[in-house]
Design a protein around this ligand. Structure first.
Ligand code: AMP
Ligand code: MG
Length: 497
């Protein structure tokens, strides 16, 4: 099967992908969105493509060479059967109610037969653009594309990215940059903020329709549950709390900082959503702030789990008119407080290669995190080296990371004793499949962005290949698995994108 074309009703030549579109979100009605076409971008070119996402969607293998799809994903031609809409939502930003926001630069194209929705991010102004230009720049689009696929490679729930297309159209940020569009893919892009919107605007019918839509399509088990006196909306809040808790445990374990955990950036499906000023930790530091605009450190790495709970509380408030009783809403939120620590503990035990749970494990975990924080030891490199240590007991590569060798040796002694109770080979295998060798460090992204600005996109593809399989050794790519260079600390990532 290959990509064919046909003529659409509005006279523009539509691209027919044979994806079998259904437009369920659009069918919710005009209170939920504004229908509008993407705005064209001149002379687009491919910047990055994910074959894996193409396969998940059921695109023909030759899509990567299709001029028609290049035009379609740049907003220049419609996709036959899609129905593009900008959705409306509101939200709390940096702890303060921000009122109406909405898709200011993203357009939902609809859902395909694969059960996945497609969205064009950076496709032009919408009624929700406020002061923005509706565009996304090349740099942030490459970062979102690579990090979406990196997170997926790590096994962390996330929206995906099919491709990035670029154009030389100038875009004004702190300086003049160029435009790009990310084609994002997810079962749903619904955010906590969608619910907050209808609750704040006193639109109970729309609130109920949205909640029923989410339950029917994504959380059917919430109906007919015995819990919460059969209250499906309380069950939904609990299910979202549990997924969010599991997500946060994964972020913390891998050292991912989101950077802008506003309620409008929280996925109702517990996916990592809206990649902006994110960063993977270099040196381990719970107080690390990755977003240059976050002067108070609200979204510091170590605060993320509490912020997620705060955001869930906002969701609970929004759902309260449906849930009815405050006690039920509070009971539903409780699950976060048990699921998050349990999930995190399990992830940290896996990082140490420990299968069984033993009383001394907590002290072991706390001991090493304290040492890592004291010396700001590189998080990813430490855990990867420890994985090899568990395999062959060569302590030197791990010891080299610490100045306080005595403290480390004391800890290693405890760890050795604990490891002796495990199957050694199995422990090492668990660790090598848990502690990645490759993460999307800021400087790695920065290097391929610099190349891409010179129209060399080979670096994007090479880095994608590493990040898609971050637990593999990838011989010959030690540089990408190494320490960040000095200049990496001077990279400033802000909300500007
Ligand atoms: P974010 O901080 O990226 O989550 O965005 C917050 C809000 O600002 C959302 O409503 C976005 O759609 C909107 N927004 C961000 N950048 C732009 C832009 N360049 N043009 C229009 N809207 C934008
Ligand atoms: Mg956002």
């Amino acid at each position: 099967m290959s990509v064919a074309t046909e003529v659409s009703l509005d006279g523009k030549t539509a691209v027919d992908t044979g994806l079998g579109w259904v437009n369920r979100y659009a069918a919710l009605g005009p209170a939920f969105h504004t229908a509008l076409p993407p705005q064209p971008l001149p002379a687009p070119y491919w910047v990055g493509q994910s074959r894996a996402v193409g396969r998940a969607l059921g695109l023909p293998e030759d899509w990567t060479h299709s001029q028609d799809l290049l035009q379609a994903f740049s907003g220049n031609r419609p996709l036959a059967g899609s129905q593009s809409v900008a959705t409306v939502y509101s939200g709390h930003q940096f702890g303060v109610w921000a009122g109406q926001l909405g898709d200011g630069r993203a357009l939902l194209l609809g859902e395909t037969e694969s059960g996945l929705e497609l969205q064009l991010k950076g496709a032009g102004r919408t009624p929700y653009s406020r002061m923005g230009d509706g565009r996304a720049v090349l740099r942030s689009s490459i970062r979102e594309f690579l990090c979406s696929e990196a997170m997926h490679g790590l096994g962390i729930p996330t929206t995906r990215a099919l491709c990035v297309t670029g154009s030389d159209a100038p875009i004004r940020r702190e300086e003049i940059e160029t435009a790009a569009v990310v084609t994002r893919v997810a079962p749903s892009f619904i955010r906590f903020g969608h619910f907050e919107h209808f609750a704040a605007n006193d639109q109970p019918e729309e609130l109920r329709r949205l909640a029923d839509f989410v339950i029917d399509h994504y959380y059917p088990a919430c109906r007919g549950t015995d819990k919460f006196a059969g209250n499906a909306y309380a069950a939904l809040l609990e299910a979202v709390s549990e997924r969010t808790a599991a997500l946060l445990a994964q972020w913390q374990a891998v050292g991912f900082c989101h950077g802008v955990m506003n309620t409008d950036n929280m996925s109702i499906l517990g996916l990592t959503l809206d990649y902006g000023p994110f960063q993977f930790l270099d040196g381990y530091n719970p107080a690390h702030i990755c977003n240059h605009s976050d002067t108070q450190g609200r979204y510091a790495y170590g605060r993320q789990p509490n912020i997620a709970y705060w955001n869930l509380f906002c969701l609970g408030q929004a759902l309260l008119p449906l849930i009815g009783e405050q006690e039920l809403a509070l009971a539903a939120l409780e699950s976060y407080k048990t699921v998050f620590p349990a999930e995190l503990e399990q992830r940290l035990r896996a990082k140490l290669g420990l299968q069984a749970s033993r009383p001394e494990d907590r002290a072991l975990v706390e001991g090493i995190l304290k040492l890592l924080a004291q010396e700001r030891v590189d998080h990813t490199i430490f855990w990867r080296r420890l994985s090899h240590y568990a395999g062959d007991a060569q302590a030197a590569p791990v010891r080299d990371l610490f100045l306080d060798r005595t403290a480390l040796d004391d800890w290693l002694k405890q760890y050795d004793a604990r490891l002796a109770l495990e199957d050694g080979a199995r422990a090492a295998a668990t660790m090598l499949g848990t502690n990645p060798k490759f993460i999307l460090r800021n400087h790695l992204g920065e290097l391929v962005i610099r190349q891409a600005r010179e129209k060399d996109f080979s670096g994007v593809a090479r880095l994608l290949a590493l990040l898609e399989n971050p637990y593999a050794e990838h011989p010959g790519h030690e540089a990408e698995a190494g320490f960040p260079p000095e200049w990496a600390t001077s990279i400033e990532i802000s909300c500007s994108s």
